[in-house]
Design a protein around this ligand. Structure first.
Ligand SMILES: [Zn+2]
Ligand SMILES: [Zn+2]
Length: 479
């Protein structure tokens, strides 16, 4: 067994590793990969982005093929195969074989279903006899028997046609679909799922290379009777030959069922196979808006710990294109820009944040954000006129008319993109007079608006006089 299988998380020595990247030799715990085990996607390594191995799932099935082959030789499995072989042996040839064949086939498929049922939930030993008659599972297992009968009939029909080519094609197709069919029926407990093309391809795609190997193993098992059937120069009497075939086929078929179900157990998370997971704490899959920012933050934390500040910035930056309003992402992004000394990038970012907050009507938040960053940004002020204007009004309200006036006075007088420039100039003039009695500075601003935007000036004065009049009426002493 790999040493990495037991390695603790690199950043949380107390936590056992849950995900492992072979290339980076990086083991991470559930805290480092939050919510990853609740999602069907691959878990990417934060350092190299290749999928990480799920240490809980154990090694790939083909690495323990010996145990899989031995499974079909366990006592209870052998007894079962022996009984079927015996039935085969004592039934006389002819029509009766076919009549006896059907119950034997059903019995075989049922035993197969019991094995699949158990192995899909992580069991590695064959079922004991008592489990064969578990009443609560009979219905679910019969679904697999139905699906298995369809497979058997298709193969029988193809064999009866007598063309090796047709038989070969059918066997090939059946082998490709079979592992996915077993899994689909086990997950859905519906025999129809075995023949749902989209369901099968989804399963195959999620398993990737492991699926191809399972299909190849299925083809090998399916080819046993075909090869033996067409093998020329048989020296054994037919009934012994048929019995031997049953024994070999039974052993290989049941081992294969165990292998397929074992892979389903390994991939239970990706295939959303509920019964394979703990039924009590099986949570609902989280929403992308919840897990994507959390995962980006966790990945960035690992990247920062590994001194990959640039990668961390890209990780957060990408997540922010999808969730621009996420507070944590913004905070971490600003931290990273400041840590990297990327002051101009930080200024651009804060400019965007302020603009968005102002557009959202959160002027208070914008002012807070700006004041928070003002020192580290060397006294930087936002460039966008609308942002400056709205923030100036808020600063005046907060009792800082000095900063407010400074923001307004620096507005470019010819900014064609800002439609409320005249009002901003008049607001500046008003603040200068109200707070600083600075008529000398206020007058040219008024003049500027009066000459360039006479209509706008008139309505501005009207609005302010209206406000003043209201104020006087409300404050007028009664009586
Ligand atoms: Zn960790
Ligand atoms: Zn890696």
């Amino acid at each position: 067994m790999d040493k990495s299988d037991t390695a603790p998380c690199r950043y949380h020595q107390r936590n056992p590793g849950k995900w492992h990247c072979r290339d980076c030799d990086l083991a991470l715990c559930g805290d480092c990969k939050p919510m990853a085990d609740r999602l069907p996607d691959d878990v990417p390594c934060p350092l190299c982005r290749t999928p990480m191995a799920d240490l809980d799932a154990g090694p790939p099935f083909w690495q323990h093929w010996r145990e899989i082959l031995r499974y079909g030789l366990e006592r209870t499995v052998l007894i079962f195969i022996g009984v079927i072989g015996l039935v085969q042996l004592i039934t006389p040839a002819g029509l009766t074989t076919l009549l006896a064949g059907l119950p034997v086939l059903i019995l075989f498929l049922y035993y197969m279903a019991v094995i699949i049922d158990r192995s899909a939930c992580g069991s590695i030993s064959p079922p004991v006899m008592a489990e064969l008659t578990d009443r609560t599972r009979i219905d679910a297992r019969m679904e697999w028997v139905k699906a298995g009968l369809v497979y058997a009939l298709a193969l029988l029909a193809a064999g009866l046609i007598g063309s090796p080519l047709v038989l070969g094609m059918v066997v090939l197709l059946a082998a490709m679909a079979f592992p996915a069919s077993v899994m689909a029926v086990t997950i859905d407990e519906q025999y129809r799922a075995a023949f749902d093309y989209r369901r099968l391809t989804t399963i195959a795609r999620r398993l990737g290379m492991d699926y191809n190997l399972l299909a190849a193993a299925t083809l090998a098992v399916a080819a046993i009777p075909v090869l033996v059937f067409y093998l020329p120069g048989l020296i054994l009497p037919t009934f012994i030959h048929a019995t031997l075939l049953t024994l070999v086929y039974g052993w290989a078929g049941l081992s294969l069922s165990h292998a397929i179900a074992g892979v389903l157990y390994q991939y239970r998370r990706k295939l959303e196979f509920g019964a394979g997971m703990d039924p009590i704490d099986r949570p609902l899959p989280p929403k992308p808006a919840v897990y994507e920012p959390v995962q980006a933050l966790a990945d960035a934390r690992v990247q920062m710990a590994e001194d990959q500040l640039d990668h961390a910035r890209v990780t957060i930056g990408e997540a922010m294109t999808r969730y621009p309003r996420n507070r944590e992402l913004n905070r971490r992004f600003e931290e990273l820009l400041a840590a990297n000394g990327q002051i101009s990038a930080l200024k651009n970012h804060v400019e965007r944040v302020l603009h968005r907050k102002v557009s959202d009507g959160d002027v208070t938040g914008a002012v807070d954000h700006w004041l928070h960053h003002r020192d580290s940004l060397e006294g930087w002020e936002p460039k966008i006129s609308a942002t400056r204007h709205r923030m100036a009004m808020e600063l005046e309200k907060r009792g800082d008319p000095r900063t407010a006036v400074r923001l307004l006075l620096a507005l470019p007088k010819m900014d064609p993109r800002y439609g409320r420039l005249p009002e901003a100039c008049l607001d500046a003039a008003r603040m200068l007079e109200e707070h600083f009695a600075d008529h000398a500075k206020a007058e040219p601003l008024r003049k500027f608006v009066q000459t360039r935007y006479p209509g706008r000036a008139a309505s501005w004065y009207e609005k302010y006089q209206l406000v003043d009049k209201n104020l006087q009426e409300h404050t007028k002493p009664i009586g």
